[in-house]
Structure formats: C-alpha cells, structure tokens
Design a protein around this ligand. Sequence first.
Ligand SMILES: [Zn+2]
Length: 290
Amino acid sequence: MKRILNLLILAPVLAIAQPGEPKTPIETTELSQGIYRVFVNNAVAVVVSVGDNGVLLVDAGYERTANDLLNHIKTLSMDPIKYIINTHIHGDHTGGNLVLGLNAGAIIAHRNVKEYLSKEHGEGEKKTAAFPEYARPSITFTDRSSVDFNGETLELIHLPGGHTNSDIVVYFPKSGVLAVGDLLFADYFPFIDVDNGGNPFKYLENVQWITENFPDDATIVGGHGPVYNMEQYKQYYITLNETIKVLKGHKKKGMTLEQMKKQRVLKKWESWGSWFISEDRWIETLFPFL
Ligand SMILES: [Zn+2]
C-alpha cells in the first residue's frame, strides 16, 4: 500500500505537464504521509487527506477552479471524496462545493457557513445565488467537533469573530498539520471581513490563541501564501501586532486616516501590502478599531 502511495505522489507533476488542456495552475506538496497541501491558481490552499477511509478536503477553492482541482485530486486517489470541511464562508473556500459537493459524502462547517450559503450572498455586483442543498454543509457545529478519518481524530475548533463569524481551524494531530483557513495570509496583510463579523483585534487574539494551543512543530497551512512553521506563525502575530502599535501611536498624536496613508506609516512592511490588502487598505481596516 505504501509503495502505491509513493508512486501516486509523482502523479500530479505528470498531470500538470499534459499539453492542450485548459489548466488551473495547481501545485501539490506532501506535508505528511497522505496529507497534501494543494495550492490552486497560486492563490488558495486546499488540504487533502488520502488514505484507507478515502479522501477528505479542507476547503474547496473557487467554483471556477473546482473541475481542475477534482481532476488533480484523482491523481492523488481515485477514492471518492467523503468529507469537505469548509474553514469559513468565503467563495474562494466554499465555491468548489458546487462541483466537488456533487459526489461528496458530506460537507462539514461552522453553523454560520450553512446559514450564509443558504441565502443569496456576496457583495455588490458579485452576488452569488443561494447554494443548492448538496453544496451546503450538512454537518454543522458551533464550538468544537471532531472527525475520525484516515487513522487520526481531526479536531475542528471555532475561533470566533476574527476573519469572519464562521472561522474554524482543523488539526490533524498525528500528522501535525494545522489548517487555519484565513487566519493566515502568509507574508501578507490579512483581509478582515468586518461586514461578516470579522474584527482585526479578535483576529490577532485568535492567531495568538493558536500559537499557544498547538505544538511548536505543527505545520501551518493558511488559506493564502506559503506554508508556515510555528515560529513563522508567531512572527506573523508579532508583525501584525507591530503595525497596530504604530497606527495607535499615530492616532494618539492626532494623525488622521488620510495623513497615515499619505505618509505611508507602514512603509516598513511594504511587501506585506503587495497583494490585495495594500498598505492603505490595512490602515483603513484598522483605523476605526484603534
Ligand atoms: Zn476568507
């Protein structure tokens, strides 16, 4: 069995190389025996567990990349997808439910994910219709849950009010893999979805809680950016906290939001603003909470 698995690990590389197919860039890293981090479209991470019980996913990527993701997962295992766990409500984590959920055993998430996807959702012109029942979570929880799968008992823990009102982390205790969803935008300022219950201070509190409640040798997979070890995740906390301290100091001295942006008071962390949360947007996010 192990030998077969080892052969399968090579398969994704070959799959990418096939010419003539419309392909989403998909990069796979084996984090532990049978646990993969699949990075979809250089943007969103999906964790895949493959083994005797079949296939389990943490997050499902976008709807538009889900067919390519599904084909890719089949190169890791031809077994059916038994569970999809959504870490939170956002479309880059749940959109794939619309394709992958068709043949999945069950979708698991915080109760607020089900509520959100059961109605029209999204913002402005980007409104998404309510998901059909097969693409919504059928197993939900509020605080904690667990799933026995592929030889380990996965721990699912809700951390309230940070990125959204529905964030969970998923820990694979034997493998030491910790999927934290968007409680990690590795190397970038995070998006805080204030309209859906997010709060930057709760976000930081939740990041700190994670650093204090999981082992130092855990492998941390965020929704976006590279995989971190615990030391890097602690540094993520320190960096974000520093940006808050800087802004607080300026606000205390009477500086306005516009002045902070114009004077680029977070210039030191320039590279952290190189993705969709720019320096300005991070300042705008924090300012009302300072
Ligand atoms: Zn998100």
